[in-house]
Ligand binder design. Sequence first.
Ligand code: SF4
Length: 503
Amino acid sequence: MAFETSFAKAAHNAINQLVSNPLPIKPATFSRMVDRLVSGISIPFEGEPLKGLQVMGPMESRCLDFNNLIVLSCNEGVFPRKSVSSSFIPAELRVGFGLPSYDHQDEMWAYYFYRMIARAKEVWLLYDNRTEGLKKGEESRFIKQLRYHLGADITDWTEHIDAKLLAETADKTEEDKVEADRGNDDEVVKSAEDLAAIKELVLSASSLETYVACPMKFYFSKILGLEAPAEVSEYLDGSSLGTIFHSTMEALYTSDDAMKPGGVISKPTVPHEITLGYLKDWLNRKEEIRQKVKSLICEELKVPEVTGRNLVMADVICQYVVNTLNADVAYLEEKQASCFRILSLEHYFCMDFLDVKISGLIDRVDQVEGGPVRVVDYKTGSDNPDCLGLTEEKVDLPFTDYRNKAAIQFFLYDEAALHASSQKGGELFPSSREQLVNTMYVPFRLSGKSVPVDYDIRLSFADAMKKKLQDIIADLQDPAKPFVRTEDENTCQFCDFKSICGR
Ligand code: SF4
């Protein structure tokens, strides 16, 4: 009885947590959230060792024999537990030096399992065969081994609940009925509030990509404003690495002073010149670049010094900066120019475009005397500029295709640059698309004297892209078009909302 009371208390507390933070979500989503909260709860058990039901973990079962055994959660990945090591020592070295490896862990779990069932008269192995999202509902390898390798006498029982019957008999509250009217689990019908929220949105290239990739994800993030909890980490992740690289490049092309550790990046007077001599000088001052990078890492992570893995990350970022400097030297040499003019750095824009507001940040805009204006984008992710083709035929590629992601971004940046040219103080920006080229710097792919390729967005492409964005925005604003889930389950793989979406 004490067990049940403890369970009931824990479940009650979990539900209270949700009820005290009311969210406009559907009952199915609510039940998934409860499920997630409850699954993280642990309850201490107490019992009489020699009588009745004993509840214990596999480790406690060592050296004990049982008549009847029930093993819960006998799913692959749960029992045995999926081994994830946070060690920096590669598996090969572990084996070479006789350190514990994944194989050891697997062996240990196999020992627990076979030791546990060795003298039991009856064994029940329970697993959940529901497949949901990335949860495969697969039976444990131990069941397979018993069945196929050892030829054990196994009887299969399947229990199921008639969900339809449950749904029909469940009492629906008025709120449930309103929610049900808004759509089924696979879609959310746009309410008046949703449409009002859409009108107020400031979109970006990435939010448009999100909408095209999965409207439901857009609904969670932009309409409901949900976001993954911020993780406190003492190590740099991919996005912080990008931020620090961008800040270092901004400081480098602002002034010598901004490159001092702790130096403030004030908006430079534009245009200002970056000469070949300046670039080559900084290529000989790698240690100063390193110190700057380290100071930015300390600021980002709020730590007093850079240690451990972050030292490696600092070296990686330094190398990215050096590669970019080399690429700029190569660019000037190719153009036989002694300098380029910086027209803007980390330029924030927010413009009216096709009945919505679009904002973004352009990494760098520069120009070699007499040449076109380059709209430069730094990419520290896994992007590959070789496959970028900005021709009108490419507009219809799926938006999940990398080429189109870059294309939307470039198209909107160019629109912003053209828009800026018509604003007060925007004389530096060109007023026609023919005077613009787009350049993508992928620092980890730049080597030696490689010159980043300039992509010339042709008018025909721009027109086709504008039409495409018009269709997407009309779709987003259309009250008759619900927010639906993507059909491409690959999109769900790294989605922050998969635990509440039910995919
Ligand atoms: S889990 Fe998949 S379907 Fe659900 S919101 Fe994320 S991307 Fe969309």
